[in-house]
Each structure stands twice: as C-alpha cells, then as structure tokens.
Design a protein around this ligand. Structure first.
Ligand code: APR
Length: 241
C-alpha cells in the first residue's frame, strides 16, 4: 500500500503543477466491477481477441462480434463510476490545465463528469457506419444484432479501435501534446503493454514530467517512474487530493 510520505510527495507535485495529464486503463474501472483485459478473469483470458476485436473478425463474422459487444454493453450498462473516477473530476476542477487520456471504452469517466478527455480506443456507446462512416451515440441495450445505418443503410460497427487499426489522428495528436507539455503525469490501472498508448509515459518522462503510477501490481513502468503507488485505484486516487 502507498506510504504517507509517498502520498504527500504526490500531492505536493500535483498542487504545484501547471499542467496535469492522466492516463487510465482498465484497472481504474475494475473497482466498478468492469472486467480488465489481462487480469485473472480478464476478457482476453476468456475470449480470443483475434476472433472478436479485429477488422478481419468483423468481416468474417459480424454477428459473433456484435454478440460479444452486446454482452459487454449489457455488463457496462449496470456499472457506475467509482471513487477514483470521481476524484479525477475534482482534480480536473482544481487544476490549471488538465487532460485525461483513457484507453477505456466504458464511458465511465464521462459519466463521472470528466470534461477534457481523449478516448484513445473509442467508445462502446457509439456506433459507426461501415459505408458512410457516420458516428452516432447509441445506448440501446440490447442493440439489434446486425444494426444498420439510418442514413445509408450500411452495416454499423462498434466505434472502437480494434487490434491492427490506427487510432484517430486528432485524438493521438492531442494526447501526445498533453503528455509532452505536462509537469505531472499520473498513470492509473494500465499494464502498459499496448501501443501506441504505452509510449505516452516515456514521452512524458523524456519531456521532464514527474510521473506517478497507481496500480494494484507492479508493471513494466514501475521501476522507471518517479513514484509507484501500489494499491486499488478507488483507495489511492482520492488520496491525491
Ligand atoms: N486498481 C488499480 N489497478 C488495477 C486494479 C485496481 N483495482 N485492478 C487491476 N489493476 C491493474 C492491473 O494490475 C493491470 O496492470 O490494471 C491493469 C489492467 O491491465 P489490462 O487488463 O492489460 O488493461 P489495459 O492496460 O487498460 O489494456 C490496454 O489493451 O486489450 C486492449 O484495447 C484494450 O484498452 C485496452 C488495452
């Protein structure tokens, strides 16, 4: 568990920071009951990503992919933000310049009230037309198994960045700018294994940021960051205030 001295050091750096950037992963939503990807009962332990989260998988069997995303939407529809999500909203309210970058598609940061967010991997509550590329909000649970576009009739797909797909250019540019210009970066609940998100921490450090990691377990970052705080996000993030 993080020590009082470590927490004091973290608060001191955050209080004097001009610019604060946060990067979150599945671990911040674990305390809301959302499965992580690589944890003990993680999604990729029980499902094959290549069958469900790639453009080829969708090409091959859109029915199966939509069945899986419907299942995930049904789970997420019952989940609410936890104390870690709420604490980040308060951190944003008091910071001069604040940017929240998330790898999560669960929408819990928005639900908590976070404002300045970059969703690197998309949003499970949005769908995109494979023909006219229109993106629309959709919170129907369940969603029709093969939903079609009201504008052009094309097949809709989840507005998610799948393995092998490029991130939205503007979202990535905003995120890189936020990490390269911040004084303090806080990383919460990510294994740091998936690129390009995994390059954001080294980029922040290379530009002189003081990096704080919060994670239940050690990660590849833990020995490199200025401060590694081990514990649950819902317990530690509120202590940063
Ligand atoms: N509090 C803090 N950290 C936690 C908690 C918790 N309650 N529970 C789990 N963790 C940590 C784990 O120790 C792990 O390091 O959260 C991390 C979750 O790692 P992953 O499951 O790999 O999730 P993430 O890093 O977000 O994955 C990145 O991979 O599958 C793709 O697109 C998907 O966005 C995802 C990306």
């Amino acid at each position: 568990m993080a020590t009082d001295d470590q927490l004091l050091l973290a608060r001191t750096h955050l209080a004097s920071a001009r610019r604060v950037t946060i990067l979150t992963g599945a671990g911040i939503s674990a305390d809301s009951g959302v499965p992580t990807f690589r944890g003990t009962d993680g999604l990729w332990r029980n499902f094959r990503a290549e069958d469900l989260a790639t453009p080829d998988a969708f090409e091959r069997d859109p029915h199966l992919v939509w069945e899986w995303y419907n299942w995930r939407r049904e789970i997420l529809a019952t989940k609410t933000p936890n104390d870690a999500h709420h604490a980040l909203v308060r951190l944003e309210e008091r910071a001069n310049d604040f940017h929240l970058i998330t790898q999560n598609v669960d929408g819990l940061h928005r639900l908590a009230g976070s404002q300045n967010i970059s969703e690197l991997h998309g949003d499970i509550w949005k769908v995109r037309c494979t023909s006219c590329r229109v993106v629309i909000d959709n919170r129907d649970v369940p969603l029709a198994l093969l939903p079609h576009c009201h504008t052009c009739g094309g097949l809709l797909r989840p507005h998610i960045v799948w393995f092998g797909e490029a991130l939205d250019e503007q979202v990535l540019t905003d995120s890189v700018r936020a990490v390269e210009s911040c004084d303090v970066m806080v990383i919460v609940g990510t294994s740091g294994l998936v690129y390009p998100a995994a390059m954001l921490m080294p980029a922040a450090q290379a530009h002189g940021a003081f990096v704080i990691e919060i994670n239940l377990d050690p990660t590849p970052y833990s020995s490199d960051v200025a401060l590694s705080l081990q514990g649950r996000a819902k317990d530690i993030v509120p202590l940063l205030l």
